[in-house]
Design a protein around this ligand. Sequence first.
Ligand code: URA
Length: 248
Amino acid sequence: MEERLQKYLARCGIGSRRKCEEYIAQGLVAVDGEVITELGYKIDSGKVTVTFRGREVKAEDQVLTTVMLNKPAGYVTTSHDQFGRPHVTQLVNLPGVRLYPVGRLDYQTTGLLLLTNDGDLTYRLTHPGHRVPKVYQALIAGEITSEEIRKLEKGVVLEDGFRTSPAEVRLVSMKSGNSKIEITIYEGKNHQVRRMAKAVGHPVLRLKRIQEGGLRLGTLKEGEYRVLSEKEIRDLKREAGGYVRNER
Ligand code: URA
């Protein structure tokens, strides 16, 4: 059966379909030894050999696995880090299973991070049209006012001109001149929470993700992970599906 190369790569757990499109455009993918950069390219995966960064990839070998990690500070989630810093995948030890982070958390951000080889899940959770809520606890500098909370909720203009869509913000506490807030956002621009807080004059001091969709971090300690149940994955996919705006 023929399918688009990016869809096949996503099924192999390489990343979301969009990410796989980028990899194709970057010339990192070859079919039967020939580098393919055309995005509409179709393959019959039973008849060709596909390589990513020179290594053969296969959908059949994959036991679909998804884990929830409580990411500690000091780990990167990006695939290539120019400083060679520790990578979140080093915290997950499941023999024979290669997992990839779903989306990003900053180096210093802690909390809920999913890692999976289920390309469909990654696609659903990271596609900009799928408005899956993400909840963060943020310790921010200074005492935030109700007016600033309203601004964050309505949407603020970031330093690059991007206007954030509506969010929910709850003041949890104020202590020693700083504020603790809980913020729910439905999009995932780079460093979004940090940039939003800065836009209202309160730089983030500590940031932790505590929820994605209906999935809560719960009592997992930093550095610990657990494999999600089939039901949890089904629920996540259903939720993500429910938030689709512009499904391709
Ligand atoms: N927003 C941020 O600023 N950083 C993260 O790691 C996640 C969301």
